[in-house]
Write a protein that binds this ligand. Sequence first.
Ligand SMILES: Cc1cc2nc3c(=O)[nH]c(=O)nc-3n(C[C@H](O)[C@H](O)[C@H](O)COP(=O)(O)OP(=O)(O)OC[C@H]3O[C@@H](n4cnc5c(N)ncnc54)[C@H](O)[C@@H]3O)c2cc1C
Length: 376
Amino acid sequence: MCPQTVLRRVDSLPDIRLLRNIIAEARICKPQPCPAGQDGQICVQHTPSPDSIVPAILSTRLLIIGAGPAGYTAAIYAARAGLKPVLVAGMQPGGQLTITTDVENYPGFATGVQGPELMEQMRAQAEHVGTELKYDIVTKVDLSRRPFRAECDSGDTYLAESVVIATGAQARWLGIPGEQELSGFGVSACATCDGFFFRGKDVAVIGGGNSAVEEALYLSNLASHVTLVHRRDTLRAERILQQRLFAKENITVLWDMATEEMLGTDAGRPVARALSLRHVKTGERRELAVDGIFVAIGHDPATALFRGQLDMDESGYLAVSPGGTRTNIAGVFAAGDVADKIYRQAVTAAGTGCMAALDAEKFLAEQEHAQEKAVA
Ligand SMILES: Cc1cc2nc3c(=O)[nH]c(=O)nc-3n(C[C@H](O)[C@H](O)[C@H](O)COP(=O)(O)OP(=O)(O)OC[C@H]3O[C@@H](n4cnc5c(N)ncnc54)[C@H](O)[C@@H]3O)c2cc1C
């Protein structure tokens, strides 16, 4: 149920300072209409408390940064292991799945589940088993010594014996008219997630790098036809991928085309129906009728906070131990899309969230055992 006394919407966070002491309730406004926002947005009930505006320094054995599938799963495992984790949710509580509609590939839901609903269930489960959830944003970390230090936008500081980083990655969008309105209604940034909905249909993929070509190849096995729309006259994708692309009979490449607008149907809830394109050399405009539009211009891992402290690859994804979640700093673990440029799925994020919690639990047990031995 959407709370009726909504004062703030967490999706925009105009002033996080006002939110730091909310925080009685957070609910996804779906399917009930929300007085403050649109369907799918997360609303919080604001219960201000004047004396709690003083910044606090709080200690925890495990701090989890991020409230997507990775963070919530880490929280569920850590709480059940008795670690009493604190989870800081950031500017998008629930993570990327809160901006999508049908999720049909997360196990356990025979007929699929809405993204925001799935995340609401994860939140509830994490809190139910004892996670302390904070609606705040980590703005600075010091991982140079333990306890690790994380400062938040509210002014609060966490001193943590171990940290799980689950800050995710954001798909890059074009920022053109129609894109946001049609997102989840024929516009997607993930072929693995949404390609299934376009079986036997015509789709467009926008981009020219490896991601775009991989998305186009994946979709060519499902859609009847794929048009790759690229604003230049050559692709940046690896040669081997290009060879596979050009060998596909149901893929066409539109060169030198800038996408100016995504167009939706007129009647009822608009769904994507076409792209408005402009030839970058001739200026000629045309419409391309499609059933689905996939934006594939890359992702940005949310790792700016950790630059200079944690090892990363050239794209900014956190480097972790092979097949594990350990970073280059003992006691700091990474899970989900923030350390995964290949799979980027909710179920893989949840899987590595579980692994990170188990790794953190083992790390803390070893540390505590060593301390006990030193004292004895
Ligand atoms: C439109 C769309 C549709 C998708 N559909 C599917 C699908 O159908 N099936 C599927 O398996 N996957 C799907 N995905 C991919 C899936 O959403 C991601 O793989 C998954 O959400 C990654 O989870 P995560 O926990 O690693 O990170 P995210 O979900 O990205 O969550 C990151 C969290 O970190 C928090 N955070 C970031 N910075 C800070 C900070 N400084 N302080 C505190 N917190 C911070 C954010 O607020 C957020 O809560 C889709 C993605 C998109 C964009």
